[in-house]
Design a protein around this ligand. Structure first.
Ligand SMILES: [Zn+2]
Length: 434
């Protein structure tokens, strides 16, 4: 199994700890000196850079949250002069100001390498043809993946998101081997191919989907394989830290290796903020150890996962993070029960005849919250008798009630009935009065 940077990815633990400690101390000193926001934060906590001597001191540092980015819009968090910044990316900013992230030349070099790491894990080589179906622009997905693919020397097809039917034509004509997008868009592209009469296995060379940008379930991975012959590989990242490239997985790994030489992970209790031990599920907090333009200390990602430090069969020594089960922002509280959309997805996809196209509708009748799950059935299921569909609804109702401890209404709909997204899927419609 090839690795992109074997010496770094397989660094023995004591050596890595020493490297992380040195980098943490350097970065704390640098933000204290160069970023007024961090100087004020550390001063308020009664901390001087010299107080942070080891990784154990990290929990003493206050968290950084998304709102800190908004408050310092656009350049308040830069730790270098503006002239050293060579690229900007920004989040959509649907609510309030956008989150702006700057990169120096050195940051872009590191970004390309960490993206190359997870692509190589998914089998990308000089012989691969990688079709990028992420948006290019201020969003980090398109450009982030693009330069990682070029770094490896694979052929990049920067098709971007949208024009789904054209994607199918391009992958036939160019012999694309790897599709790069969100998991929901991978499903949409695969279904569109089928609708166009294109059999991905027979008519194209596409065998792998490198997916990231939104949570998905293990069941969805199994369906991609069973229905479309695509092997799905998970990767994780977020623009506040760098973009895609924080972690990724190989077929031998159970979980995604975090590029720990660049991003130091912690897990905290999302309610109390207290650090949690390895293995415990909680919110991921990341500290950038090498970013120049915009380092960030203890960033609360809102993503729920767990860390596994055990040795991995692939030989990499970096800690692995479990599949993200959801964002704490996406967590639905329905009649006092905490529910993540991925839990619902996992529970119903276990049943034959369901597709990963679904919508969750939360509403309130009187004082009671209601939950409805609309699920598209597969073509084969639709051709069966209506009697079977009703039986299927009852069975799904039973399974979801057991999995979630509340009783949802299940509505099965025809294939293609629910809206599709070319980026991140809109899974939840919450109609409850605020
Ligand atoms: Zn591994």
């Amino acid at each position: 199994m090839r690795m992109w940077q074997p010496t770094l990815e397989c660094m023995p633990l004591p050596q890595r700890r020493a490297l992380q400690t040195q980098r943490l101390r350097d970065i704390v000193r640098r933000v204290y000196e160069c970023v007024p926001f961090y100087r004020a934060r550390l001063d308020a906590a009664g901390l001087r850079p010299d107080d942070i001597r080891s990784l154990d001191d990290l929990p003493r540092i206050p968290f950084t949250v998304k709102d800190d980015f908004r408050q310092n819009y656009p350049f308040g968090l830069l730790a270098v002069p503006r002239r050293d910044v060579v690229r900007l990316h920004a989040s959509s900013g649907t609510t309030g100001r956008a989150t702006v992230v700057g990169y120096t030349r050195a940051d872009l070099e590191i970004w390309a390498d960490v993206v190359a790491r997870f692509l190589v894990m998914a089998g990308v080589s000089e012989d691969s043809v990688c079709q990028v179906a992420f948006g290019y622009g201020l969003f980090t997905g398109g450009f982030g993946l693009h330069y990682g693919i070029e770094r490896i020397g694979a052929l990049v097809v920067p098709a971007a998101s949208g024009h789904t039917r054209r994607h199918i034509q391009l992958m036939k004509d160019f012999g694309s081997t790897h599709l790069i997008c969100t998991p929901s868009y991978a499903v949409h592209i695969a279904e569109t191919a089928r609708d166009m009469g294109v059999d991905l296995q027979r008519d194209t060379r596409l065998r792998v989907a490198c997916v990231g940008g939104e949570p998905w379930s293990e069941q969805m991975r199994l369906q991609l394989r069973a229905l479309h012959g695509l092997e799905g590989f998970d990767n994780y990242g977020l623009s506040e830290l760098i973009g895609p490239g924080v972690s990724g997985e190989s077929p031998q790994c159970r979980g995604m290796h975090i590029a720990e030489d660049h991003f130091y992970p912690e897990i905290i209790d999302p309610v109390t903020g207290e650090p949690l031990p390895y293995g415990a599920r909680g919110e991921l907090v990341l500290t950038s150890l090498t970013r120049q333009a915009q380092p960030v200390l203890r960033y609360r990602t809102r993503d729920i996962t767990a860390l596994d430090p055990e040795p991995c069969p692939c030989g990499r020594t970096h800690v692995r993070m479990a599949r993200v089960t959801g964002r704490s922002d996406d967590m639905l509280i329905i009649r006092g029960v905490n529910i993540f959309p991925t839990q619902i997805e996992h529970a119903f996809l276990e049943m034959q005849g369901t597709s990963p196209n679904y919508q969750i509708i939360v509403d309130r009748q009187g004082a009671l919250d209601t939950l409805e799950v609309k699920i598209e059935v597969t073509e084969t299921m639709l051709s069966d008798e209506m009697k079977n569909l009703h039986r299927m609804e009852l069975e799904l109702q039973k399974r979801l009630s057991e999995a979630l401890s509340i009783h949802p209404k299940i509505t099965l709909v025809e294939p293609g009935a629910l809206p599709r997204s070319e980026g991140k899927a809109l899974r939840v419609i919450d109609r409850r009065p605020k």
